[in-house]
Design a protein around this ligand. Structure first.
Ligand SMILES: [Zn+2]
Ligand SMILES: [Zn+2]
Length: 303
């Protein structure tokens, strides 16, 4: 836990939310951000009539309880702070609501290892994708509201993008949970047999390099195959694009069938090889996982 997280203060700030009238004030203020994002705010009288409170003293008391942390006021105008905005976002995302919708069913996608149809289940904001033979291949948190009006394939496509966004964020040293920075990366080779599911399905190789990352602030750790780092670097994006592959394509997350890659540790970094249609990219990352060098060849040239 970050050193400046004080549970007493946090609890006190959050206690300002435990009143239905104050939630209505936040929701009324959220209306003003709808037409555009210039945050013009709301006048005292507009806000009071939007919330429908006759008693001025009672209304003032509750607005004051929200002030500074969730609501800002200046020159008689009221608007949501960033924290207020985040609370409203989570309210509409269903995070604090009861009775979440659940969705499950077969996917269009198949297991890259055995070709069997994958199954998805989305419940309490989490999607789980499994193969009848290999068990759970993938899981990811989504918004509680996500199943509403979406089918399992759409949800899986979104979950894949979201997972990739997480990995990309980690690869740029920004924790996707708290925006904290990471401790120094631990780069180590693993044999695929000792690894589980998703990580092994991505690469056909004797060894694979895994990068262990731990957030300095919230402490969450990630184990990211090194090829994901290479994947988000410009030479790889260009290489895959030249072969008609969008590096963000959903199948990437649980094992692509369109391309091959391997990774090996270098002592002071990692070497990742991508191969598509006989064309090959070798990209070397340093111990900070930044691009050191890269080289493109036709696979036939070095035989
Ligand atoms: Zn399978
Ligand atoms: Zn974090």
């Amino acid at each position: 836990m970050g050193g400046d997280v004080d549970p007493e203060t946090i609890a006190e700030n959050l206690s300002a939310l435990s009143n239905p009238l104050r939630i209505r004030i936040l929701l009324a203020l959220a209306e003003t951000r709808r037409p555009n994002w210039d945050h013009r705010g709301m006048s005292y009288s507009d806000l009071r009539s939007a919330v429908g409170i006759e008693d001025g003293g009672r209304f003032n008391y509750h607005v004051n309880e929200l002030r500074d942390q969730f609501v800002r006021s200046e020159d008689g105008q009221y608007w949501l702070t960033t924290a207020g905005s985040r609370v409203v976002d989570e309210i509409y995302a269903g995070t604090f609501s009861a009775g979440h919708e659940a969705v499950s069913g077969p996917l269009e996608w198949t297991c890259p290892a055995d070709g069997k149809r994958l199954e998805a289940a989305v419940d309490t904001g989490v999607i789980t994708v499994s193969c009848p033979d290999h068990g759970v291949l993938f899981d990811m948190t989504l918004s509680f509201n996500s199943p509403r009006g979406r089918d399992p394939d759409e949800l899986f496509a979104w979950a894949n993008r979201r997972a990739l966004w997480y990995l990309e964020s980690v690869s740029w040293d920004v924790c996707p949970h708290c925006a904290g920075r990471f401790e120094e990366a631990a780069i180590a080779a693993h044999s695929p047999e000792s690894e589980t599911r998703l990580e092994t399905l991505g690469c056909e190789t004797a060894t694979m390099v895994i990068v262990g990352m731990r957030c300095r602030r919230c402490g969450v750790s990630f184990r990211v195959p090194a090829f994901y780092y290479a994947l988000t670097r410009a030479p790889t994006i260009a290489f895959l694009h030249d072969h008609g592959i969008d590096y963000r394509t959903p199948e990437l997350e649980y094992g692509s069938t369109a391309w091959r890659c391997e990774s090996e540790p270098l002592g002071d970094g990692v070497l990742v090889r991508f191969e598509v249609d006989g064309d090959r990219l070798e990209i070397e990352l340093d111990d900070a996982l930044e691009t050191r060098t890269y080289r493109r060849t036709l696979a036939t040239e070095d035989r």
